[in-house]
Write a protein that binds this ligand. Sequence first.
Ligand SMILES: *Cc1c(COP(=O)(O)O)cnc(C)c1O
Length: 432
Amino acid sequence: MDTTVFTTIESEVRSYSRGWPTVFTQAKGAVQTAEDGTEYLDFFSGAGALNYGHNHPLLQKALVEYLTSDAPVHSLDMMTPAKRDFLQTFSDVILKPRGLDYKVMFPGPTGTNTVEAALKLARKVTGRQHILSFTNAFHGMTLGSLSVTGNSMKRKGAGIPLTNSSKIPYDDYFNGETEDFMWLERVLEDSGSGVDKPAAIIVETVQGEGGVRAARLEWLKQLSDLCGKHEILLIVDDVQAGCGRTGSFFSFEEAGFTPDIVCVSKSISGYGLPMALTLFRSELDVWEPGEHNGTFRGNNPAFVTATATLKEFWADDSFQKGQLAEAIATVHGALEQIAASVDGASVRGRGLLAGLHFADTEVANKVAAESFRNGLLVETSGPDDEVLKLMPALTTPKDQLERGMGIIAAAVAKVTGTDVAYQPGAGALAAA
Ligand SMILES: *Cc1c(COP(=O)(O)O)cnc(C)c1O
């Protein structure tokens, strides 16, 4: 397998190709095949950009038909039937049934694009500059997004001071020892605190990159109430946790509040095609025409696969309550069994944004490497890569989920030298 060109021509900035040093030639469903014929089960799903697996046949068919029809591929923000169908379907299938009165903005096709648009809008609407974000947050790699991101290595990459934002503790930062929001409530009410009233608070309901930390639903609700009370806009960055990843289309649905602004990207096209949305309450729509812009806001092939995805998986609750709920039970049942076998290990996350935290920070990386040797792609997360991060496609069949969990259980056993008890099915029943 010739990899010379990657190591000689491609920048040192590449990262995933180092942990998984192989050349992938085929990808179907939950399986990626390498040039040497090795098959890998994919428990990473393009960091959440492939929630419905690789090359889903239905989406592929819609895409190929569109591409060969000579319909516009690129259209800036001009009107096309593909965009009309997407907006109508998103409204009918996602917004209306959830009672969400959101405008839809196309901010450019990446996660960091939608975060930048959200921050800009929050500042424009409120006339305030400051943004609060959380410890261990990840919101993207451009300057505005970096300014609200926690990771010190990524922040340092900016090369300039990252200003007009401060960090506040995420849920359980003090292991439950300090009452949540006590500090924030006090400084917002105290005109002598020296803390500028923020335009917005931006939050991930589950911190994907920052260690697969899931905020408690009541904590999120409290955060929303606090924002409402102080007229601070609440932005939910649902780039990774959204599009079904945590078990519902939006990750905040169960928590019983409505964010002012929502950032959506990774799996909105359903096929791995670049696409992003910024959603906001209609009265926040204070943009002037063209005030925010971008060449690739009209990615019609992505609109086509996004529409097909919404119709196939989200038009009713059969996917959510059926296959998705079962997949979550299978993965969490297995994780509980593995965690119970290893001293100090615990399960993290929500839905299929799931993690295994180990007391020894070396373990997760070694387990990921051992899993790769045994045909499984699984990532690590957290400031010290101390958490094994599992993100199988939501559509992964049960036998493949169990096979992947078996590979992880064996890798954990080998790396930690413990007997890991994993019986497919047993934990799923216990967890149900
Ligand atoms: C991946 C991610 C982003 C950035 O998305 P890009 O497409 O890489 O710019 C922003 N926020 C969250 C929560 C993410 O997981």
